[in-house]
Structure formats: structure tokens, C-alpha cells
Design a protein around this ligand. Structure first.
Ligand code: GLV
Ligand code: MN
Ligand code: MN
Length: 409
């Protein structure tokens, strides 16, 4: 590297190969799981740092463990900078493109770049999914200056505090504030990501231009009841935490109407034995909508519903708000550039909103953002069956390169 053949087709093949290599960096044998800050994430970051160096970038890790590469145009320090990137962490039993594709396409675009009137920085964020600590966007929030220092005390399922996990990863919890990116020289942040939905496939299109990103709340709800013997305590006298949680799960599903999506994805039961009445049940609640008022009203309703369920069953309930991120609109000016680039690349332009969360939502705190979605097979994501084609990845590289050219003119 730099590779001799920098055509989008050749670089797309390299992107898929690199995605396979990153997918081998996993915490779990036989499947891809790469949460925030275990050695598997360090190994993935090391690969990306190496590719950044090969592409002529100055590459480093920041205080939370994001990998950052900077490319300067030949002949000196540029006055402005375009940010590109996505995340390197994954959900459990993940696909290999959610996040990684955006980092690898950004790298491919830098490999094609011979000159520009601005610098380019590529980010591989250390946490977007929030699987380990429940709260998403840890990596980009440090860069955007919105990191909540109270989160440093949060503990993972094994009791490891976030501050200790950051230090063990080679980061520095005390230096997080200083890792904020200055905004003065920024042209914007552009993220390429698989669509994670079925629209582009239905439209028979390789890529689409994102209009905005849905807002998202995450909460942790704990019902506390009274443990007891499964064989002796009469049903009418039980204070069973899990049945209360089950009622809330169905209430969450029932509240999801009119564009609202709501999910309980995690449930932990204590003490967790078949012959013990559950004493505690802890569940995650994830609520999303493109309209902030609709999302906030749903969260308030569900919180009240949890309280009512607990009260009717004689239980205690604690509702802990873990995260609240408002809906974010993409920059009209950058969308125009993306649309022109899609048309120049010979594809029909389609706009679509994102129901999934993305680092771009947080990066909007620094300036303009835009996103390009890439078709994924069957719209499947957060699933090992995630798939993209080399042809579509080549279009994404071509379009993003054209955006860089257009911004340079
Ligand atoms: C990230 O994938 C999210 O939308 O939760
Ligand atoms: Mn994801
Ligand atoms: Mn993602």
C-alpha cells in the first residue's frame, strides 16, 4: 500500500478482505463479538492503524481508544479538515459490516486521494453499540465533547468499571475531556454505513442518501420482589419480579405504534434457578422515533406503566435512564453534494431516514454531518448473516471519492 490499482472495484475487493480480517478479531470463538475495550477490539484497532500507516496517514489512538488517522495533502498542513469514519465495536454474534464498512470505505477513499485542498481524518470509533456499558456512542461522544463523565462509574456485567476498562485498554480516563476535537477547521463528518434495512434492496439501488437519524432512549428497569420457594408459596402471595418484567415487555411492544419502535433486548433474572421465585428482574428498554416529542411521550408512558405494574404487584421498581439522544437532521449542503456524487456515479438518487443510531448523530455536535447507506442483503443486520456485494461497495467508494472531489472544488 498504497495499492497500485486504486479503482473502486479493486479497492472494494480489498475492503471485503479487510472486513474478513477484522471479523477474525473476536471475544468469542466461532462468532463475532467485539464490545468496547477487550483485547479483540485492540487487535482490530491495530489492523486499522497499520492500514492507515500504509495509506500514508499519521495514525494514533486517542484517550478512549478510538483509532484516528490523518492524511495531509502533499505540500503542507491544510487549513480545513473533512472527517470520515464509523465504529469498530460490534453487537454480540454480529455481522462484519455494521460500522467496519464505513471505516474501510473511508480508508479506501484516502488510498485513492492524490491531492485535496483539505486534510482528511478517518475515525474508527471504539464504542457505538453500547453493548458492554448499556450506553452507546462512547467513542464519538469523546471526540464530540459530549461524553458524560458520570458514565465512568458504570459497571459491566462482570463488575468492571468503565474507567478501569478504559485504562486497561491503554486509554486515559483523566484525559477524555482533552480528546475533544476542535471544530474550527472542520468541513463536516461523512459516514458510510450499511443500510440495516430493506429499502435499497427493494428499490434495486446500491446506495442511498440519509436524511436524518432517529432519536433514541435507552433505560435499565429493575423490578425487585421477594424470592421464595417455587413449591410452597401460594400464587396469590407471590411477589414475582419476572412476571412484572414480562408485563412490561408486552407493554413496550404495544406502545410501539405510529413510527415508534421499542425493544426489550436484555433480561437478567436473579437468583436464576428453576425452583426459586425470581427476586429481581432487570431489563433494557430501547425506544426510537424520528420525532423527539413522540419518543419522549412514549418513554414517559412506559415509565409510568412500569410504576403501575410494580405497584399492582407489591414490588419496587427502579427506572434508570441510560441514554437519550435526540433525532438529528443531515446537513442539506452535504446531502446535495452526496446526491450529486450519486448521480455522477450513474445511480438513481434516493433519500431515506435512519432508524438505527450512528456515530454521525453525536458528531453533529461538532458540525455538519451526512451519511451514505449501502444496500445490505435482505436488509439484515445485527446478525452474522449481514452481507454486502463488492459491486455496491465499489459504488460507495466511487461516490465518497466524488464527494471529496466536489468539496475540493
Ligand atoms: C446501533 O446499531 C443502534 O442503532 O443501536
Ligand atoms: Mn449496530
Ligand atoms: Mn453501526
Amino acid at each position: 500500500m498504497p495499492t497500485t490499482d486504486v479503482s473502486p472495484a479493486a479497492l472494494a475487493a480489498a475492503v471485503l478482505d479487510r472486513a474478513d480480517r477484522l471479523a477474525a478479531c473476536s471475544e468469542e470463538p466461532g462468532r463475532l463479538t467485539r464490545r468496547f475495550a477487550p483485547p479483540a477490539l485492540a487487535a482490530a484497532g491495530d489492523l486499522v492503524l497499520g492500514w492507515m500507516g500504509d495509506a500514508g496517514m499519521t495514525a494514533r489512538r486517542d484517550a478512549i481508544g478510538n483509532v484516528v488517522g490523518r492524511w495531509e495533502p502533499p505540500g503542507g498542513a491544510a487549513a480545513s479538515t473533512l472527517l470520515l469514519g464509523s465504529h469498530l465495536d460490534t453487537v454480540r454474534d454480529a455481522g462484519r459490516y455494521d460500522g467496519m464498512l464505513g471505516v474501510l470505505v473511508a480508508l479506501a477513499c484516502v488510498e485513492r486521494l492524490r491531492d485535496a485542498p483539505f486534510a482528511v481524518e478517518v475515525f474508527g470509533f471504539a464504542d457505538e453499540e453500547g453493548v458492554r456499558y448499556g450506553t452507546a456512542y462512547l467513542g464519538s461522544s469523546v471526540v464530540a465533547g459530549t461524553f458524560d463523565r458520570d458514565a465512568l462509574g458504570r459497571r459491566d456485567a462482570d463488575g468492571v468499571a468503565m474507567a478501569d476498562a478504559i485504562a486497561a485498554f491503554g486509554g486515559d480516563p483523566a484525559a477524555l475531556d482533552g480528546a475533544r476535537r476542535d471544530r474550527e477547521d472542520l468541513l463536516g463528518y461523512v459516514e458510510v454505513h450499511i443500510e440495516q434495512g430493506p429499502v435499497l434492496e427493494a428499490e434495486d439501488l446500491p446506495v442511498g442518501v440519509v436524511t436524518g437519524i432517529a432519536g433514541q432512549n435507552r433505560a435499565e428497569v429493575t423490578f425487585a420482589g421477594v424470592p421464595g420457594h417455587a413449591g410452597t408459596v401460594p400464587m396469590a402471595l407471590r411477589r414475582d419480579a419476572l412476571v412484572a418484567a414480562a408485563e412490561l415487555v408486552t407493554a413496550v411492544e404495544a406502545r410501539a405504534t405510529d413510527g415508534l419502535v421499542a425493544t426489550v433486548g436484555e433480561l437478567r433474572v436473579e437468583p436464576g434457578a428453576s425452583n426459586v421465585i425470581p427476586a429481581r428482574a432487570r431489563l433494557s428498554v430501547d425506544v426510537r422515533h424520528l420525532d423527539d416529542a413522540a419518543r419522549e411521550a412514549a418513554v414517559a408512558d412506559l415509565r409510568e406503566r412500569a410504576r403501575a405494574i410494580a405497584s399492582s404487584r407489591g414490588l419496587d421498581v427502579a427506572w434508570t435512564a441510560v441514554q437519550a439522544t435526540g433525532a438529528v437532521a443531515c446537513s442539506p449542503a452535504l446531502m446535495t453534494e452526496l446526491e450529486a456524487a450519486v448521480a455522477d456515479a450513474g445511480a438513481r438518487v434516493v433519500r431515506l431516514p435512519s432508524g438505527a443510531g450512528h456515530d454521525a448523530a453525536v458528531m453533529s455536535n461538532l458540525g455538519d454531518i451526512a451519511m451514505l447507506f449501502v444496500r445490505c442483503a435482505g436488509g439484515i443486520s445485527h446478525n452474522p448473516a449481514e452481507a454486502v456485494t463488492a459491486q455496491d461497495v465499489a459504488v460507495a467508494i466511487d461516490v465518497t471519492s466524488r464527494v471529496l472531489d466536489r468539496l475540493g472544488r
